[in-house]
Ligand binder design. Structure first.
Ligand code: SAM
Length: 192
């Protein structure tokens, strides 16, 4: 049991014991700090999982998911959701190769800014829709304003005034000590 108030390896230990770790590893191993990245994505997953308690289907849009779509990849392996990764820096060839290698389904990538695809995403069939912003370099309130969504998770890094919502009620917020990064302030937002 991790000590109160002290950063801990709880998420990392839990992930490394899972079977899906083998499939996650090729994507996370490419990061400069794989442990940090794993725990950031896992924080998003654990905080949004309560919104996926039924049989689904669910849609999760991962905004600013980086070149390797790591948070979408983790959600595809560990939840019943359909995942959509959106980032202008996406490495489509690498992610597609990974998807084929592990037979991953319910996973779509858009190499684009979220502003370029928001309208198209809103035109998809209506489903309970969650959004992740894992250290995403976007203005969270502006992006949420442009999307149809039910709940969202945001983890702030260098621009916390934009990466944390000022207009939506946070159902949970604070420092997630199992995130192995100093940038560990998060919010779970629910649309009212
Ligand atoms: C610090 S990186 C985080 C990447 C990834 N989530 C991670 O934790 O490794 C910030 C990401 O935000 C993306 N980004 C910046 N503007 C964006 C926009 N308008 N729409 C979608 N993604 C954007 C960048 O391309 C970059 O990959």
């Amino acid at each position: 049991m991790p000590a109160d108030g002290v950063p801990n390896c709880d998420y990392l230990d839990r992930l490394m014991r899972r079977e899906c770790f083998e499939a996650l590893w090729p994507l996370f191993a490419k990061a400069e700090r794989p442990a940090k990245e794993l725990t950031e994505s896992y924080s998003a997953l654990l905080h949004l999982r309560p919104f996926m308690s039924g049989a689904g289907p669910y849609r999760v849009i991962h905004v600013g998911d980086g070149a390797h779509a790591r948070t979408a990849a983790m959600f595809s392996l560990k939840t019943p959701s359909h995942n959509i990764s959106v980032d202008p820096e996406l490495n489509l060839a690498l992610v597609e190769k990974w998807r084929e290698r592990f037979g991953i389904r319910r996973f779509t990538c858009y190499k684009a800014r979220i502003q370029e695809v928001a309208e198209m995403l809103n035109a998809l069939p209506v489903l309970p829709t969650l959004v992740t912003f894992v250290h995403a370099h976007v203005a969270v309130d502006e992006v949420l304003q442009s999307l149809r969504w039910n709940a969202a998770f945001t983890l702030a890094c260098c621009h916390s005034e934009q990466q944390l919502s000022r207009i939506h009620r946070a159902r949970a917020s604070g420092a997630d000590l199992s995130v192995l990064s100093v940038a560990r302030h998060f919010q779970v937002l629910v649309r009212e």
